[in-house]
Design a protein. Structure first.
Length: 149
């Protein structure tokens, strides 16, 4: 058994310690916001926060993850109240299929936690590692620029 600190709770999981965190989250913890794409740190779909910093969970071993405080998209809201970043993306309809959006929201949340008024370049840099096959990036950037104002 390994203990994870996930979205403010302790949860025991059974996977072996080398299992990538993304699989543990999806298969044992019921966290379906975490998506698998490249599985090689190249797309951002699996991004979670580890000690408040965005990291790809597709290559983070369970043993390393267990030493950090983990937050997924599910942990950004407070009860029924979405975080400002989630709200901005939702109200701006800033996606198409949505596959990339959990990772983008988590990374953007981390950015706004450290800088409430990021510039266009700050936002672009923070989301640089996130691919969107639907081409929704311009809408995402616009939504976050609105929030930054
Ligand atoms: S699935 Fe992890 S970065 Fe692509
Ligand atoms: S909205 Fe479809 S991959 Fe980004």
């Amino acid at each position: 058994m390994t203990e994870l600190q996930l979205n403010g709770e302790s949860i025991a999981v059974e996977a072996i310690e080398t299992t990538p965190l993304a699989y543990v989250l999806r298969n044992e913890c019921g966290i379906k916001s975490v998506k698998l794409g490249c599985e090689a740190e190249q797309c951002g779909a699996c991004t979670v926060l580890a000690d408040d910093r965005p990291v790809p969970s597709c290559t983070l071993a369970l043993s390393d993850a267990s030493e950090r405080r983990l937050t997924t998209l599910e942990g950004l809201a407070r009860g029924d109240v979405l975080s400002a970043v989630q709200n901005a993306l939702l109200t701006s309809n800033a996606s198409q299929c949505g596959y990339c959006l959990s990772g983008i929201a988590v990374a953007a949340y981390a950015l706004f936690q450290t800088n409430a008024h990021p510039t266009h370049n700050n936002i672009v840099n923070a989301l640089d590692g996130h691919l969107c096959r639907c081409g929704a990036h311009p809408r995402v950037i616009r939504a976050l620029e609105q929030l930054a104002k």
